[in-house]
Ligand binder design. Sequence first.
Ligand code: GLP
Length: 247
Amino acid sequence: MEVVIRQHEQQCGVTAADIIADAVACGATTLGLATGSSPLSVYRELIRRHRKGGLTFADVQAFLLDEYVGLPPGHPQSYAHVIRAEFTDHVGIASDRVHSPDGIAEDIFGAAQAYDALITDAGPIDVQLLGIGANGHIGFNEPGDELASRTHRVKLADSTRRDNAGLFAGDISKVPREALSMGMGTILKAATVILIATGERKAQCVEQMVHGAVTPRLPASFLQLHRDVELYLDHSAASRLSPRSRP
Ligand code: GLP
C-alpha cells in the first residue's frame, strides 16, 4: 500500500484527483465511484478541472460501489441520485453511463448478479475510488465472519446506520436496513485503487487496514492483497500509523 499524507482534506482530494485525471487523460474509461463525504474533495477538484477545460469524461462509464435497498433512484439519499448531484452531472457523464446496483429490483439476488456481469463486460475498472467506514467497511461490505466476493445483498451494521442517520434528518429509522454492495473480489479486480480517509475517527480503522491481519472482521484489510492501492490520508487519519509506513 502506498501511503500519501497531506495536511488537509482538500489537499488529499487534489492529489487523488491528479491520479484520476491522469488516468482518464491516458485512456481510462471505467471509474468505480464511492459516495460518502470522503471522496467529495476529489469530485470538487475534478469538476473544477473539467470546467476549466481540458479534462473530458466523454468516454467514461462510472460504476457505483453500492446502493441502499428500497430507496427509489430519485430519492435524495439514493446513491444513484447522490453521485449525479455531487459529481457525474457536473462533468458531462450521461446518466445512462452511470451504473449502480438496482436496489428496488423485485429480484434483488438477480440484480446483484446482473451488476457484476455489467462490470465484468465493461471492466476491469481502471480506477476505483473508495472511502472507509469507521468500522472498516468498504462500500457496504460490513465486518463479519466471512465476506462475499461479488456484488451481494448486505444487512447494514447498526453503527453504519447510526453513522449515516445524519443524512436522513438524524432519524435512524429512516436509514434502510439493507444495501447492495460490490464484493471485495469485485473491488480488488480494479487496476488501481485509491482510498481517501480523513479525520481522527478514521485513525483506528486506517491503522488496522495497514498494519493488521487480513480478516473479514475488517473488510478494508483485504486491500493489502492488491498490488496498486494508494491511500490518501490527512494527518489525523494517519496519526496511528507506524513511522515506517509513512512516506
Ligand atoms: C458509506 C458508504 C461507503 C463510505 C462510508 C464512509 O457507508 N457506503 O462507501 O466509504 O459511508 O463515509 P464517509 O466518507 O462519509 O465517512
